[in-house]
Design a protein around this ligand. Structure first.
Ligand code: ATP
Ligand code: K
Length: 312
């Protein structure tokens, strides 16, 4: 068992993206030829962990992959990014999570996600990680694994006074109310906020309202990300609601921006625990803005060395 204290621990998903580019999407029963294929590293949990690591956080991932090529490959990817892998389990009972993606020339896509080994992450792995979780500074969870595993992890962190960041993605309309109470920071995007509140979240004003509604359910703070409009930060302490704007930039590919934002938020929460949440959100906006200027998910995430010193 590791004696290290981690800045950021993520309990979440790993997915291998298998991306084919073709002139159009195939019909049922049809075989077509595409022009390009590539494999990418994805999964919300792993993405967030890797962004935090690239900013300089000492990170550990708690997840499950298959005993297969993609699982071995993903573990290498974590190591290449300096993520601690003692809590990455491998199972022969399911394959590593995959997202098989076809993108057509118009940029539309069709995706099949097989969560596979991600759904087998459970109590046993959490118990193994408990000593490390209890000493970590920040714990981050999402909803791409069994929701009860995420909730258990958040509670384990809270019992040990570890700060929790919860990203309810992909959103489920009837989210267990316990998730709000287990979240120090509850961070979602507009469509997730819409699904969770049942109200439209299409502009800054509506985001303020949705944030206040979510805050009432028991979390410490709410952040709703708004793409090129930055985010709204709503805090229980002082009952403030602030629009944190971001600067315009040339957008190449926004895939993975939300995870870049959350990984950065986790880094700032661990490294600057007394920094106002609005300032952390402003800096996370700037990190995520770098990610939208390059293609892919993790391939677009900046390292500390790529960023201005004033962000640290
Ligand atoms: N076009 C953009 N220009 C500048 N910053 C952006 C842009 N799009 C996203 N961002 C940054 O990324 C953060 C997260 O983006 P967004 O709200 O679109 O999340 P998301 O919908 O979860 O993203 P995705 O699903 O593409 O990963 C924003 O709060 C902002 O800081
Ligand atoms: K990107």
């Amino acid at each position: 068992m590791s004696e290290e204290a981690f800045d950021v621990m993520v309990v979440g998903s790993c997915m291998t993206d298998l991306v084919s580019q073709a002139p159009r999407l195939p019909k049922a029963g049809e075989t077509i030829h595409g022009q390009k294929f590539f494999i990418g590293f994805g999964g919300k949990g792993a993405n967030q962990c890797i962004q935090a690591a690239r900013l300089g956080a000492k990170t550990a991932m708690v997840c499950k992959v298959g005993e297969d090529f993609f699982g071995d490959n993903y573990i290498h990817n974590f190591k290449d990014n300096g993520v601690h892998t003692d809590f990455v389990g491998q199972t022969s009972d399911a394959a590593t999570g995959t997202a098989s993606i076809v993108v057509n020339d118009a940029g539309e896509n069709a995706i099949v996600i097989v969560a596979g080994a991600n759904m087998l992450l459970g109590v046993e792995e959490l118990q193994g990680a408990r000593p490390a979780v209890s000493r970590a500074k920040v714990l981050v969870c999402q909803l791409e694994i069994c929701p009860q595993t995420s909730l258990r992890a958040l509670r384990m962190a809270q019992e040990n006074k570890v700060k929790t960041i919860f990203n309810p993605a992909p959103a489920i309309a009837d989210l267990d109310a316990e998730f709000y109470r287990a979240s120090d920071v509850f961070c979602c995007n507009e469509s997730e906020a819409e699904l969770l509140t049942g109200s439209s979240v299409a502009n800054v004003e509506e985001a303020h309202q949705a944030g206040q509604q979510l805050l009432k359910r028991g979390c410490g703070s709410v952040i709703i990300t708004l793409g090129p409009q930055g985010c709204v930060v709503v805090k229980a302490q002082g009952l403030t609601s602030t629009h944190v704007q971001t600067t315009a930039c040339a957008t190449v590919d926004t895939t993975g921006a939300g995870d870049s934002f959350i990984g950065a938020l986790a880094f700032y929460t661990a490294h600057y625990p007394t920094m106002p949440l609005e300032e952390m959100a402003s800096r996370a906006n700037r990190v995520a803005a770098v990610s939208v200027q390059a293609v892919g998910t993790q391939s677009s995430y900046p390292f500390r060395r790529d960023l201005p010193a004033e962000l640290f």
